[in-house]
Design a protein around this ligand. Structure first.
Ligand SMILES: [Zn+2]
Length: 81
């Protein structure tokens, strides 16, 4: 998916990383977000795993997409109950 109207190139969400985003870490917090809610952290290829593990360690449903996306059409796995 191309974000054609973004004024700046999307960057990695990792602190102090200025690399252009190539991937999307799509997640939600089951405690505060409804099941259809999506949060997206954009990431470079190097930090996608770091961001995924950060969220997975909190037991949040999370999925890494190999593209820059708004997450609206991404299915998240069910979190632990
Ligand atoms: Zn990065």
């Amino acid at each position: 998916m191309i974000l054609g109207f973004a004024p700046d190139s999307p960057q990695c969400a990792r602190a102090e990383c200025r690399a252009p985003a190539e991937m999307s870490v799509v997640w939600r917090n089951p405690k505060i977000h409804t099941p259809d809610r999506r949060k997206v952290w954009l990431a470079c290829a190097e930090h996608a795993d770091y961001l995924h593990d950060f969220l997975a360690s909190r037991a949040f449903p999370v999925r890494v997409v190999d593209d820059v996306t708004d997450g609206s059409d991404v299915d998240l796995p069910e979190g632990p109950r």
